[in-house]
Design a protein around this ligand. Structure first.
Ligand code: SF4
Length: 201
């Protein structure tokens, strides 16, 4: 069975060819943005949790890694965080930018990736949480932070299964070679690490 991660499939919404390359084993180089994101994730993972959240997280730990199989592809993914009220769970995803000057760019070109990523986590986690007796809420949340970890914005994302699966079918068709990728806006290629290093477009 083919294997991939939610974060790789999400790159389709930035560039379909980049997504195809990552799906097929091309490695992305470490960047300042990635190390900033890692630091903020580690810091946020230490936030105080309620007893209900601690209970859920310890049950989930035993079931890791999380994945769901779909049309011959095993999709792995771990949400950044969970908000739990009684038996209802909302997924949370943390993203970061260098500062306010980058927010417009992020919202236009990176937000669609974050949205698809959290919806993929929803798709993966729904049956797992159901088995544990929890209900996954259709609404998930993306939090945007700056490089110092200061909160900037919160976005609500509604999971609609039929729309998500239609998008997932398209993404999988491209990454497995059934469908040709549509080229992205040309400015993306000027700053792309895959230019001349695997990209066919
Ligand atoms: S060079 Fe352009 S088309 Fe190729 S992977 Fe990068 S952004 Fe996508």
């Amino acid at each position: 069975m083919l294997q991939t991660r939610a974060s790789i499939l999400a790159r389709y919404w930035y560039c379909a060819e980049e997504c195809r390359l990552l799906f097929n084993g091309f490695e992305s180089k470490p960047t300042e943005a990635k190390s900033r994101g890692d630091k903020i994730h580690k810091w946020l993972a230490q936030r105080p949790k309620t007893p209900t959240e601690i209970r859920l997280i310890s049950k989930l730990e035993e079931l890791k890694p999380f994945y769901r199989d779909y049309k011959g592809v095993r999709i792995f993914g771990t949400p950044d965080d969970y908000k739990v009220k009684r038996k209802k769970v909302a997924l949370e995803e943390y993203k970061s930018v260098s500062g306010w000057g980058s927010v417009d760019f992020w919202e236009k070109f990176e937000y669609p990736c974050a949205e698809f990523q959290i919806n993929t986590y929803h798709f993966i986690m729904q049956p797992i949480l159901e088995r544990l007796g929890y209900e996954l809420k259709d609404l998930g949340y993306i939090y945007l932070f700056d490089r110092t970890g200061r909160f900037m914005r919160k976005y609500s994302v509604r999971f609609i299964e039929s729309m998500y699966l239609a998008d997932l079918d398209t993404v999988l068709a491209v990454v497995t070679g059934e469908m040709e990728p549509i080229p992205p806006k040309s400015f993306k290629c000027k700053i792309c690490e895959f230019r001349g290093r695997g990209c066919r477009l």
